[in-house]
Design a binder for this molecule. Structure first.
Ligand SMILES: [Zn+2]
Length: 384
């Protein structure tokens, strides 16, 4: 059984990577995959964050076997904590400080007196090696450390892939297991975070038009990797070795991989993302991939092609000629046909046709584009 802790501030590159690694490794070993949700945390929009996280994990085809909602298990955590207090392995703390405090030395009589005055208290464990830490907070909620340790015990979690930066927390969880006399060992595998200058949330990357497949490919691969998909990643045996290496997030590399994944999509299917169902439009989008790398960047190009153009008299004239033209298969013939009917120098004509047919002024292969849009030509050459 593997466990992933959903972050309370939304999924970022590193947390998604941990979810993927735990999920993939659980599939490799045919064991279950648990997602823990810290929904008892006091963050205003926590329900929204959790909802987003679940939705995003589905988009990445990460399907959990079990979801644990921390809020539903508070009583269980409290029972374990009281058991530890009863066995003198934890102590009530009335002073609401972090770390070790004098409350550990309170006599039973002092404690009784405090309780008589209904004074709120936290529960702390004193760990000889790692100082003291809270397991129950003053408001009765269990700490993340304690609740995770209890859930891992009760769900018989066997393996967890976790960030290096959580190693101290895991030491505390191991100590809790020891105090509770939990005999089964959990294999914790620590990996370094991918270094990132700026926080890119997965929600943001998806909104920018990055494909889940490309994001998976990027965060599970070493530099300049070939493209692969999640089912292949599950069969790879070096996923954890790659994850163990230090790496730096690079948006440009992700863009390149995204472009490669977009090229792999069936053209008709790609066109459907943009409201068409036409292989030609998909092929047109793939031409635009020379200068675009995300769905959003492609949308800008396609919109330029199909939006009414800003026309002057010269362009108006060209539009009228095109409207009367017969169906012409090749761009070179189409260009000749127009050239014979206008008095514009060739360079200017090329620039005008480029703008009329694409809405763009820069480098595009008009020969290829013309073939793909010719069935839409009357729509494309409209003036504003
Ligand atoms: Zn205290």
């Amino acid at each position: 059984m593997f466990r992933f802790e959903a972050p309370t501030d939304g999924l970022c590159i590193n947390s998604l990577r941990l979810a993927l690694l735990n999920y993939i490794t659980s599939k490799e070993s045919n064991s279950g995959f648990i997602i823990r949700v810290n929904d008892s945390t006091k963050i205003d929009n926590i329900d929204e964050i959790i909802g987003d996280t679940k939705e995003i994990l589905k988009k990445f085809a990460i399907n959990e076997d079990i979801v644990i909602h921390k809020s539903e298990k508070l009583k269980i955590y409290q029972e374990f904590a009281y058991k530890l207090v009863k066995n003198k392995k934890a102590y009530p703390c009335f002073c609401d400080t972090n770390g070790c405090c004098g409350c550990k030395e309170l006599s039973s009589k002092d404690i009784e007196n405090y309780k008589l005055t209904n004074r709120k208290f936290a529960i702390k464990i004193s760990n000889q090696e790692y100082s003291c830490f809270k397991i129950i907070k003053l408001d009765g909620d269990a700490t993340d450390t304690f609740s995770a340790a209890i859930d891992d015990m009760s769900m018989a979690v066997t393996k967890i892939i976790i960030s290096n930066k959580d190693s101290l927390d895991i030491d505390n969880q191991k100590y809790i297991h020891k105090l509770l006399d939990y005999k089964n060992s959990i294999n914790y595998i620590f990996i370094p975070d991918i270094k990132i200058d700026k926080t890119f949330t997965i929600k943001w990357l998806l909104a920018q038009g990055f494909l889940p497949d490309a994001i998976i490919n990027y965060i599970l691969s070493s530099k300049d990797s070939d493209i692969f998909y999640l089912p292949e990643a599950i069969k790879k045996d070096n996923i954890l070795d790659i994850a163990a290496k230090e790496s730096i997030f690079d948006l440009e590399s992700l863009k390149n991989l995204n472009r490669k994944h977009l090229r792999e999509i069936d053209s008709k299917r790609l066109s459907m993302v943009f409201g068409f169902a036409d292989q030609d439009i998909g092929d047109l989008l793939k031409l635009y991939l020379d200068e675009a790398s995300t769905i959003n960047e492609l949308a800008v190009k396609l919109k330029a092609t199909f939006s009414p153009k800003e026309c002057n008299r010269e362009l108006d004239n060209l539009v009228n000629i095109i409207k009367k033209a017969p169906i012409i298969a090749e761009y070179s013939e189409f260009r000749e046909y127009i050239k014979d009917r206008v008095d514009i120098e060739e360079k200017k004509l090329d620039a005008a046709l480029r703008y009329l047919l694409t809405g763009l002024h820069d480098s595009v292969n008009l020969d290829k584009i013309y073939k793909l849009i010719k069935s839409y030509i009357l729509e494309v050459i409209k003036c504003r």
